[in-house]
Write a protein that binds this ligand. Structure first.
Ligand SMILES: Nc1ncnc2c1ncn2[C@@H]1O[C@H](COP(=O)(O)OP(=O)(O)OP(=O)(O)O)[C@@H](O)[C@H]1O
Ligand SMILES: [Mg+2]
Length: 236
């Protein structure tokens, strides 16, 4: 594990996320020469988050009590597991998932990236992969030179996964099978996953199939976001 050099905290609200944890910019950038120190892990995680977060969500913060509670629980469990294993660093392995539901434009994806960014300053190592369901299907479509099964495993096995817009595309037998295999793998191995969807809660089973909806119900903390389409509000 390398030592991550000092980082600039001003551009994208990370100073705010750190302030919420009572960590100053000086503290996060202190050079202790220890690749396993909490501050080094935080600098690494912030660097990863910056690479992985789309531009319009670069300042996102988690604003809902349910999402901040989910983060706290995940961190608590990861640290407990670190103590149990006597591990050098707290590495996220298992935990509950999060299902963010709500109509178009209320802020589901914003909340999801805010949550992932907030997780970056907790000091736990939680490498994440983010995709929308449409991009996922595109990545898994059989084509020359790509082994779809290897691609699938990249998403199925990642320690922390964001699947944006689940159920947004018109379902086919093939997309249903991908959804089922992915959700089932994450479910059976208790791998934390953030799902967003604009499917109404009572229509989840109709849109995603009963077996996917049933697993999501058990594995996820469900957060329903209400309100207006922020994009149209901003345009008005
Ligand atoms: N809490 C927030 N504070 C500031 N801006 C926000 C907040 N939540 C959402 N936004 C902004 O509102 C717009 C819509 O948010 P977002 O893309 O997250 O919606 P969504 O619910 O994912 O929509 P869709 O269902 O179409 O995917 C974006 O520009 C986003 O940055
Ligand atoms: Mg969205």
């Amino acid at each position: 594990m390398d030592i991550t050099p000092p980082i600039d905290l001003t551009p994208d609200n990370f100073h705010q996320l750190l302030a919420d944890r009572n960590i100053t910019a000086e503290q996060v950038n202190q050079r202790d020469g220890d690749p396993f120190s909490e501050m080094n892990l935080i600098r690494r995680a912030i660097t990863h988050a910056r690479k992985t977060t789309p531009f319009i969500y670069r300042n996102a913060l988690p604003t809902l009590p349910d999402t901040t509670a989910w983060i706290s629980e995940l961190v608590h469990q990861t640290r407990a597991e670190q103590t149990r294993r006597d591990a050098i660093t707290p590495v996220l392995r298992r935990g509950r998932s999060l299902l963010l539901l709500g109509p178009t434009g209320v802020g589901k994806t914003h909340q999801a990236y805010g949550t992932l960014r907030a997780l970056a300053v907790t000091g736990i190592t939680a490498t994440w992969t983010a995709t929308s369901s449409a991009d996922l299907y595109a990545a898994l479509r059989p084509r020359t030179g790509i082994d779809a099964e290897t691609e699938f495993r990249r998403y199925a096995h990642t320690p922390l996964l964001l699947v944006d817009d689940l159920g947004a595309a018109k379902a086919t037998e093939w997309t249903e099978e991908i959804n089922f295999r992915l959700v089932n793998h994450r479910y059976e191995n208790q791998l934390p996953t953030l799902f967003t969807s604009n499917v109404l809660p009572k229509q989840l089973a109709d849109r995603l199939g009963d077996r996917v909806a049933s697993r999501l119900t058990e594995m996820c903390d469900r957060v329903v976001i209400t309100g207006q389409d922020r994009r149209r509000q901003d345009a008005a």
